[in-house]
Design a protein around this ligand. Sequence first.
Ligand code: ATP
Ligand code: MG
Length: 213
Amino acid sequence: MITLALSKGRIFEETVPLLAAAGIVPLEAPEQSRKLIIGTNREDVRLIIVRASDVPTYVEYGAADIGIAGKDVLHEHGGNGLYMPLDLNIAKCKLMVAVRKGFDYEAATKRGSRLRVATKYTDSAREHFANKGVHVDLIKLYGSMELAPLVGLADAIVDLVSTGGTLKANNLEAVEHIYDVSSRLIANQASLKLKRDRLQPILDAFAGAVSKD
Ligand code: ATP
Ligand code: MG
């Protein structure tokens, strides 16, 4: 059995065409089903639906042979026991610093005082501000980061931005780009060795179906 871990929502939807290129068709859509294990047209391939940030953990421990996760998630996870990230060029967005409109970010990062930053992406944020030489107090949040600057929890947030619509709706603006995000295919190292004959054709089909833009 080959097990692929992925999250529902945009990653699942954008993975369906890549699976099709490998001749794999899910038997159910996770949004319509409450099942966490979804069969496919191939008896030896199944999908497991997990939280986006849990995908690397399932693959690391070999509970899934391969998985699909955003660069943001992989960066925060580290990368123990994971092999060969293949950029699938899907679920594209940017990790950015954002502040309340009118907040003087330039001045706040220059005057040597500490900046309060709320984020789910504490490792990426710590690294970014260390490289800039800006002292920060990081406040860990698990969602709705946009709220933090509006109610005085933080001066800035580090969050994923695609269209900027959520920032705009909350009177925030992006002030700094940290890195571009897309989703990558990861594989368990032992699985790659033990199941190479069945995994390689799937990996090759994915690589061949990746859009280049
Ligand atoms: P959960 O919703 O379970 O708390 P999550 O918010 O991290 O977790 P998703 O919103 O499904 O999960 O995002 C999954 C992945 O999709 C993210 O890790 C990121 O790589 C990518 N992503 C997130 N937001 C966007 C976006 N607006 N546009 C494109 N890709 C995105
Ligand atoms: Mg979400």
